[in-house]
Design a protein around this ligand. Structure first.
Ligand SMILES: [Zn+2]
Length: 167
């Protein structure tokens, strides 16, 4: 397993639509294991493949407190959205920033697992938020894209400061 480098705003891979996965081979399984490790290492609850510079429709999620219930969603699509709420968001690709974005309270998603089998998952609260956030990544959309241009500029400045401190 390997920790993959995470790319930040405004890397082009974060701003384009990712391609569907068609081959469910051992390389895909290795990539998913690496994405789990990268997500845990970065203390994230989710990670999408574009965030590690891979333009494929893959994301991993673990919202459990013990950090031991990871799962992946491949080629996901949202089937049902219910309710609306402003939810606090942050993103490993826009580190050091947070803001509230509009999200559905509850979503049902259809996706494939690492063997290519289809499954459905319904999430509320944090899981709902996380599913929408990761699926947005696969569409080339970041949470800051929901904000006004002024707010977005402020958060990007904040991120740049944060990254300078990290060095
Ligand atoms: Zn993100």
């Amino acid at each position: 397993m390997a920790i993959l480098p995470i790319v930040y705003y405004s890397h082009p891979v974060l701003h384009k639509k990712a391609d569907p996965v068609t081959l469910f081979d051992s390389a895909l399984k290795t990539l998913i294991q690496d994405m789990y490790e990268t997500m845990y290492h970065a203390n994230g609850v989710g990670l999408a493949a574009p965030q590690v510079a891979i333009a494929k429709r893959i994301a991993v999620i673990d919202i459990s407190e013990q950090r031991n219930k990871p799962f992946c969603i491949i080629n996901p699509e949202i089937l049902v959205k219910e309710g609306n709420e402003l939810m606090e968001a942050g993103c490993l690709s826009v580190p050091g920033t947070y803001d509230k974005v509009p999200r559905a309270l509850k979503v049902t998603v259809r996706a494939q697992n690492e063997s290519g089998e289809f499954f459905e998952i319904t999430g509320e609260g944090l899981l709902s938020h996380c599913l929408q956030h990761e699926i947005d990544h696969l569409e080339g959309k970041l949470y800051i894209d929901y904000l006004s241009p002024l707010k977005r500029r402020l958060l990007i400045k904040k991120m740049q400061k944060h990254l300078r401190r990290e060095k």
